[in-house]
Unconditional design. Structure first.
Length: 637
């Protein structure tokens, strides 16, 4: 069928696969700009007379409506169209760019418990939506689970409309639409489904078997069964906690009445394994093995990441991005307070007499393809601290102003916790020109303890000018406390509002560079793209601070390299958020078990480096992509 055009618009590109129920093709939609790819499924109902064809047509329309409803979930492909041509039925669905879990679930790579829990949480989220619509998938297995390339989420494909249509025609004399023959894949299909009587819990069984396969490295057809009870025997081939083992055992009970009755019930059980829902998006992706840092995914280990193809540079006349507008009559220039602090150590070099210096830099803007379209010469004021041993801390002046915090509904790949957008007025402050480096950390860690001990060399990726990582929120606040005591200035972590304001530097686009980002501009997982930007390098480690162009405020590495701690506890959204730029320390939908992380990191996807992206983790948590930068409020009085 290659080259054939269906319904006057869908041009078949290549054959993807098929069986007794139909075939699947990759196609291009010739009636849309850029001819986007889609998936066309050709359904072949078995009928012998016009009456059974009419029943097949009715069932097909019913299934199409079901698929359309399911596609409202982000992890289920959207139904784009359905039509009949030459008495054959066609479904047109969203193309999911990614790899099936067949690439990850391999006999040579047993999954860890953490990775398995993250997988279950991800899939059960989508499956719960289907079950809430009364839909049974009937064929959950690694081949029907796609790891979406753009964000790492698992997409649940192939809800088997053709199978329902075909089977419905078989039972046309009884006008049955329910399945009465076994549909599914041997090994993943429980006994009641093999008898043609699937339940919602049949999907739970298939998912449990898939998780056990990932943990043990043993295909389901090779897993032994208890000869008396028929229960799957698997624990001897996996290292797993009793709690998870109990959940998996219940998922794969031989008698469907002894399983979790549906995906939402199973999701609740798996969620109970995590402390106060502490498995955040960053941990799920990392535990799933898609970004290094201790867990190596087989699919990534076989890929070689190269630099993106060079793009032509387009120059336009300079027009710097607008700086935030200050309220009328307000002095937006921060000034160093020359009065000594009562907490300052005797004899230490403090804030008195600090004078502001100026440095110049280029601020860059790119188009949606990541090509540079503007380069503007800027300058910013800053002051320095000599921490000792030739180690300097540079603090950049951030002018006060008002900005729109959060992302608009139209921003690609936004999350619900990034809204509602709201105006926030931020007072002037100073912020670290770079994330705190390992050299700076080592000097401050040697200062007298304030509240807790500090590891002088916690980082995985060594280098004096690399950002310090593997530091917790508690470690970062201790650093600020010691630095404050030494200098007499009030060093602290930024509020979430201050961080986003400083990152945006007067812009309203997803990145301060513009509508997209490239690995020539920041350090992140370049195997993934945002908007129409190119793929790039996946460096798999931190880089020296200041390796990439700064934003319009003169701050470096606000996108990527390491996540940066903020002072605020986590809130599920901005309902009730303060509008003065202060730390949101209480009220609203607060979760004091978690603290804010911003900016993305070296192993993460470009979508997670957006200015509006919010993340969280426990305050005692540290990892090889988590750092911070300090701020200080120095207002003229």
């Amino acid at each position: 069928m290659s080259g054939q055009i269906l319904a006057g618009r869908y041009k078949i590109v290549k054959y993807l696969g098929g069986g007794g129920f139909g075939q699947t093709f990759l196609a291009k939609d010739t009636q849309l700009p850029d001819n986007p790819v889609c998936v066309v499924k050709q359904l072949k109902p078995q009928y012998n007379d016009p009456s059974t064809l009419q029943i097949a047509r009715r069932l097909f329309d019913t299934e199409a409506r079901v698929l359309q409803k399911l596609g409202e979930h982000d992890q289920i492909p959207r139904l784009l169209a359905h039509f009949e041509e030459n008495q054959e039925f066609y479904l047109v669905q969203q193309f999911i760019d990614g790899d099936s879990l067949c690439e990850e679930i391999q006999p040579t790579c047993k999954w860890t418990e953490e990775r398995t829990v993250a997988f279950l949480l991800d899939v059960l989220t989508a499956l719960s939506y289907a079950h809430q619509q009364g839909v049974i998938h009937r064929d959950i297995k690694p081949a029907n689970l796609i790891r979406r390339r753009q964000d790492g989420k698992i997409v649940l494909i192939d809800f088997g409309a053709v199978k329902q249509v075909s089977t419905g025609v078989v039972n046309a004399q009884q006008s049955q639409t329910s399945l009465t023959v076994g549909i599914g894949t041997p090994g993943y299909m429980p006994s009641e489904q093999a008898k043609g009587k699937p339940q919602l819990s049949s999907d739970v069984y298939a998912l449990g078997i898939t998780a056990i396969q990932a943990l043990t490295g043993i295909p389901p057809e090779r897993l032994p069964e208890d000869p008396v009870t028929g229960e799957i025997l698997w624990r001897n081939w996996a290292q797993v906690s009793p709690n998870l083992a109990t959940i998996l055992d219940k998922m794969v009970r031989y008698d469907y009445r002894q399983r979790y009755s549906s995906a939402p019930q199973a999701l609740q059980a798996v969620s109970s394994l995590t402390k106060a829902n502490s498995l955040t998006r960053r941990q799920i992706v990392k535990l799933a093995g898609f970004a290094g840092g201790g867990f190596v995914a087989s699919v990534f280990a076989r890929q070689v990441f190269t630099s993106p193809p060079s793009s032509p540079i387009v120059k336009v006349s300079p027009s710097p991005p607008p700086l935030p507008q200050a309220e009328k009559g307000v002095d937006t220039s921060p000034t160093v307070d020359t009065s000594p602090s009562p907490n300052q150590e005797k004899g230490s070099s403090g804030g008195e007499g600090k004078t502001l210096q100026t440095f110049a830099f280029d601020a860059i803007t790119v188009d949606a393809q990541g090509r540079e379209i503007n380069r503007t010469r800027r300058q910013a004021e800053y002051f320095t601290h000599d921490l000792g041993g030739g180690v300097i801390l540079e603090m950049v002046s951030i002018p006060g102003g008002t900005f729109m915090m959060g992302s608009p509904q139209t921003e690609s790949m936004r999350d619900d916790d990034e809204g509602p957008q709201h105006l926030v007025t931020v007072q002037p402050f100073f912020m670290g020109k770079y994330a705190v480096t390992q050299a700076q950390w080592k000097v401050v860690a040697a200062l007298p303890k304030v509240n807790r001990d500090l590891n002088p060399d916690p980082s995985r990726f060594k280098g004096a000018n690399r950002p310090v990582e593997n530091v917790s929120w508690e470690d970062a606040t201790e650093f600020c406390a010691r630095l404050s005591k030494k200098t007499g200035l009030d060093y602290r972590l930024p509020s979430e509002a201050e961080w986003e304001y400083a990152c945006r530097a007067g812009t309203t686009t997803p990145f301060h560079f513009g509508e997209t980002i490239t690995t020539d501009l920041a350090n992140y997982n370049g195997n993934y793209t945002y908007a129409s930007g190119p793929k790039g390098k996946y460096r798999q480690e931190t880089t020296d601070v200041g390796s990439f162009p700064p934003n319009a405020f003169g701050l470096y590495d606000m996108h990527g390299n390491v996540w940066e701690w903020c002072a605020d506890p986590w809130h599920d959204n901005y309902a009730g958020a303060p509008v003065d730029g202060s730390v949101w320390s209480s009220g609203g939908n607060e979760d004091r078990q978690s603290r804010m992380l911003r900016g993305g990191s070296w192993y993460y996807y470009p979508r997670d480096c957006r200015a509006a992206l919010r993340n969280r983790s426990e305050p005692e948590f540290g990892d090889d992509d988590v750092g911070f930068r300090a701020v200080v409020s120095l207002l003229r009085t």
